[in-house]
Design a binder for this molecule. Structure first.
Ligand SMILES: Nc1ncnc2c1ncn2[C@@H]1O[C@H](COP(=O)(O)OP(=O)(O)OP(=O)(O)O)[C@@H](O)[C@H]1O
Ligand SMILES: [Mg+2]
Length: 246
């Protein structure tokens, strides 16, 4: 039986899909079978970011409502052996309710080592659908006060949903920018503000962003790719320290 991990944030555009995909690629390269589930009905992005876009016929709504078998809505991600995508519907009308996800995710966990649930922005029903059947949660936030406040709100809701394992991912970290804004004295203050233990810090990295936007893997030299690989190791239970110099 696999593990389901929701990647969420509260605030939009902070890097949920980027973190989910980057960890998915890293886990697949470690030999795991990984399913990315795009839970962002109407605003899907992982189909393009995985390069699977052109092959799509069915999506998660088709699978959930019996219009196809679940396996027919799951697509291999080109160039990444072991990585698969269950795409979101292209229409917001077709969104999946928490009760349905509560049945679908346990089924998917039988066939994959990891089911990574990419949450939509916001803390409404889409958030609950993505999170309701998760064993663990990664809360993504950038180190700015608005995002940290939203991360804290997401953390409280995850707690109410009964997800005990909630960890923080600080994304788009840039040392000079962080210190120049003066919003926080250090990363410990960000962690305290979000109220969740730190899981990883992903640096701002145009190399990774550019590769993912083209549906490709990031080059090995990409600092964000390295950070995401370290996080994949932590998910596997390895003791991988966060380097002092990011
Ligand atoms: N570490 C990073 N370095 C540079 N750019 C990044 C990084 N992480 C994310 N981005 C960029 O930020 C933008 C938003 O990222 P992404 O789509 O992953 O966010 P999201 O939280 O999933 O958004 P949404 O809430 O709309 O689903 C994208 O253009 C992406 O390339
Ligand atoms: Mg997204």
């Amino acid at each position: 039986m696999g593990v389901s991990v929701v990647v969420t944030s509260g605030k939009g555009g902070v890097g949920k899909s980027t973190v989910a995909l980057g960890m998915g690629r890293a886990l697949a390269q470690k030999g795991r079978r990984v399913l990315l589930v795009d839970c962002d009905a109407g605003l899907r992005s992982l189909d393009r970011m995985t390069g699977a876009e052109e092959n799509l016929v069915f999506d998660i709504a088709d699978a959930a409502f019996g219009r196809c078998a679940p396996a027919e809505a799951i697509y291999p991600c080109g160039g990444a052996e072991g990585l698969f995508l269950l795409p979101a519907p292209s229409s917001g009308e077709d969104r999946i309710r928490p009760a349905v996800m509560g049945k679908l995710v346990p089924l998917l966990k039988r066939y994959y080592d990891y089911v990574l649930l990419d949450s939509p922005a916001g803390l409404g029903e889409g958030f609950r659908s993505a999170a309701c059947a998760a064993d663990r949660a990664l809360i993504v936030c950038s180190p700015d006060p608005v995002c940290v406040r939203n991360a804290s709100a997401a953390r409280e809701l995850l707690e109410k949903l009964g997800i005990a394992d909630r960890r923080l991912v600080i994304n788009r970290f840039s040392g000079p920018f962080f210190h120049a804004t003066g919003a926080y004295p250090d990363l410990d203050a960000v962690i305290d503000g979000a109220g969740a233990r730190l899981f990883g810090v992903v640096p701002e990295d145009p190399l990774l962003a550019a590769a993912f936007l083209r549906g490709k893997g990031a080059p090995e030299s990409s600092p964000a790719r390295k950070a995401l690989y370290r996080m994949a190791g932590r998910l596997e239970g390895e003791a991988v320290p966060i380097p002092d110099q990011l």
